[in-house]
Design a protein around this ligand. Structure first.
Ligand SMILES: O=c1ccn([C@@H]2O[C@H](COP(=O)(O)OP(=O)(O)O[C@H]3O[C@H](CO)[C@@H](O)[C@H](O)[C@H]3O)[C@@H](O)[C@H]2O)c(=O)[nH]1
Length: 330
């Protein structure tokens, strides 16, 4: 298939590009390189530098490459930042996708897999989270993604040829097991890479944000899903989508790990007993979030193959060790 991957130079997008190429698809990557990462785009993919606000460039790219499906990963993704800069989040994550969808309509492209998030659920009362759990985002990041889900529904309702899938991610972790591409955010705030920075001396110590949560060990619980499994689900969704379909699926392993358990896994995998201090709770962190991933298993046969946290950490560590400065400016 001819696929346009928007945000294809980022952590998750670059793993999708790698897999799509390995499967024999023709891949065009569009990315604004806001966070660098040009080196994450393989030579076999066509690269177009640009962003979701450039309507003319998207229409031209879709037409020039006879694109059949778009997979969109382009987004701003820091919950805390979204509270401080809501307009940036609505501009990029909502208005940007609106422009992408208008360009798709102009070019006659009717298929999209769009990254959504567990943050659209807010702080549900009951775990695990099913796709029917009411969505009530508690921050602009979650709301910016929730709004796109609604725009996609309305677009599909108006055009029977249009089809979309919204995978709702839980905590994406790990990297390419062969260590060719990795996870590099700037600034880094995600738990596993932060702990790897502490283990490799890139930061002096790490903090656990709160040990007084109503969980068995007092630290927050999240559902960590390996990026390779996550991308496997995207490929399934892309290939399964039929005109008129509107698909929503949770992507998680269905099990929660506490922050302390992740700290232990990183210490074990790296063999380094780095310093971890107890810090205050981070604003906006729900105590516990994990998925019920039954729906996608029953309907499409997907389930996470890698459920062991140490494997996720070991895969992340491989690239991290070989690339201590991340992608740098490249
Ligand atoms: O230095 C750190 C960093 C994180 N944490 C904790 O670790 C857990 C995981 O945090 P993080 O890796 O930042 O992920 P989340 O905040 O859970 O957010 C992820 O998962 C959300 C959906 O669940 C997505 O919306 C976000 O984009 C994605 O980053 C949380 O309890 C944090 O409080 C620490 O204790 N210390």
């Amino acid at each position: 298939m001819n696929v346009l991957v928007t945000g294809g130079a980022g952590y998750i997008g670059s793993h999708a590009v790698q897999r799509l190429l390995a499967d024999g698809n023709t891949v065009v990557v569009m990315d604004n390189l806001f966070r660098g990462h040009r080196a994450a785009v393989p030579a076999e993919a066509t690269f177009v530098q640009g962003d979701l606000h450039d309507y003319d460039l998207i229409v031209k790219t879709l037409k020039d490459h006879a694109i059949e499906c778009v997979i969109n990963f382009a987004a701003w993704t820091y919950v805390g930042e979204s509270v401080e800069q809501p307009l940036g989040y609505y501009h990029n994550n909502t208005a940007g996708v609106l422009t992408l969808l208008r360009a798709m309509a102009e070019a006659g492209v009717n298929k999209i897999v769009h990254s959504s998030t567990a943050a659209t659920y807010g702080e549900p009362d009951e775990m695990p989270i099913t796709e029917d759990t009411p969505q009530a985002p508690i921050n602009p990041y979650g709301m910016s993604k929730y709004m796109v889900e609604q725009i996609l529904r309305d677009t599909a309702n108006a055009n029977p040829e249009f089809a979309f899938a919204c995978p709702r991610y839980f905590n994406v972790a790990g990297c390419d097991p062969e260590g060719r591409i990795g996870e590099d955010h700037s600034p880094e705030t995600h738990l596993i890479p932060v702990l790897l920075e502490a283990a490799t001396g890139k930061r002096e110590k790490a903090y656990i944000f709160g040990t007084d949560y109503p969980t068995p060990d007092g630290t927050c619980i999240r559902d960590y899903v390996h990026v390779v499994d996550l991308i496997d689900a995207h490929v399934l969704l892309m290939n399964a989508l039929k005109p008129g379909q509107q698909l929503f699926y949770n992507l998680g392993i269905g099990n929660g790990m506490s922050v302390r358990e992740i700290v232990d896994a990183v210490k074990k995998v790296t063999g380094v007993d780095f310093t971890v201090e107890i810090g205050d709770r981070r604003a906006g962190d729900p105590p516990s979030l994990y998925a019920d991933p039954k729906k996608i298993k029953e309907e499409l046969g997907w389930e996470a193959k890698i459920t062991d946290t140490e494997t996720m950490v070991a895969d992340a560590y491989k690239w991290f060790k070989a690339n201590p400065e991340g992608y740098g400016d490249g």
